[in-house]
Write a protein that binds this ligand. Structure first.
Ligand SMILES: NC(=O)CC(=O)C(=O)O
Length: 304
């Protein structure tokens, strides 16, 4: 494992994307317009972001019946060069072109992915450099299978398979760890990424109106404080015409657990400035990262 880049100040923009419908071309075109708006700092109101983030399942509706319909083959192998021009994924081509056109890092939410060799479907994040290269992917590791009687039942495993790897990418300003939505409920993933040097964890997400009010902010602040990292989740906007009602409230939390920025539930862009001093001061003042007692819980340290 190479050493993490030093955390530098940078600007982050989360696109809480709305107007998602059945038409994938329209969804992609709207996402491109919103990326341009984010890069403009929302018409000059904010500094140009260094990193722009889209939400979970940004090219389709969110539902296990939709995943097979919208799935695209990506064919990315970590560490191998990836040829965008011959990619079979329409979404990858659109996102790569947007990152390159605007010269910005782009964390492209997630899309349903079909692995060609196995036919398996995954919920997959893709990440692009300012040159438009595909530099990382993350397949949702923990599938969203829940049943809260009378409230919400959702079973991603009816059509999706789970990813098996922990993923992060390096920029010139941070090492950024990846997860998707339900992954936030498993502190082990965030903790391991932080221990591998990630100073910022970003999870494209789509909580709902049952779990969102109680858990959305709590989980992000918990993961941020547990690991003394910046933590952020980017949601789609809420659309009560659709079957799944996303919670919205895209958010950025600092390493002390302070909410730096938060949306309501409509379409909007959330901007935040990441200040390394907050992380340094949190770790210096409350040095939990060096006080762990792996002699007491050695199973947690396996593999690190
Ligand atoms: N949609 C998810 O993956 C997770 C979610 O809504 C929750 O954990 O609650």
């Amino acid at each position: 494992m190479s050493s993490a880049p030093h955390l530098k100040p940078f600007n982050l923009a989360l696109i809480q994307l709305g107007h998602l419908g059945k038409d994938k071309d329209a969804n992609l075109s709207h996402a491109s317009d919103m990326i341009a708006r984010a890069v403009s700092g929302d018409g000059g109101l904010h500094p140009k972001p260094d990193l722009v983030v889209l939400p979970e399942c940004f090219n389709s509706l969110y539902g296990h019946l939709q995943f097979p319909i919208y799935a695209e083959s990506i064919g990315y192998t970590p560490g191998q060069p990836y040829d965008i021009a011959s990619s079979q994924s329409q979404s990858v081509k659109v996102l790569s072109a947007a990152a390159k056109r605007h010269g910005v890092w782009l964390l492209g939410g997630s899309i349903p992915e079909r692995e060609k060799s196995s036919g398996k479907l995954y919920n997959t994040t893709t990440v692009y450099s300012p040159q438009g290269e595909l530099v990382a992917i993350h397949r949702k590791v923990h599938l969203f299978d829940i049943d809260i009687p009378g409230k919400i039942k959702f079973k991603e495993s009816e059509s999706l398979s789970a990813g098996n790897t922990l993923n992060y990418f390096d920029t010139e300003f941070a090492r950024i760890g990846l997860g998707i939505c339900y992954d936030v409920r498993f502190p082990e993933l965030a903790m391991t990424a932080a221990r591998k040097g990630c100073q910022v964890l970003i999870y494209p997400s789509a909580f709902n109106t049952t779990t969102g009010p109680l858990h959305w902010e709590l989980l992000q602040r918990a993961r941020a404080v547990d690991n003394q990292v910046f933590f952020s989740m980017c949601s789609p906007a809420r659309d009560l015409e659709q079957d799944y009602h996303a919670w919205g409230h895209s958010m950025v939390v600092d390493p002390m657990g302070k909410v730096l920025a938060e949306a309501n539930h409509e379409e909007t862009i959330v901007f935040a400035q990441i200040d390394p001093k907050v992380l340094e001061e949190a770790r210096a003042g409350i040095p939990v990262t060096t006080q762990r007692r792996f002699d007491v819980y050695p199973d947690v340290s396996n593999g690190l």
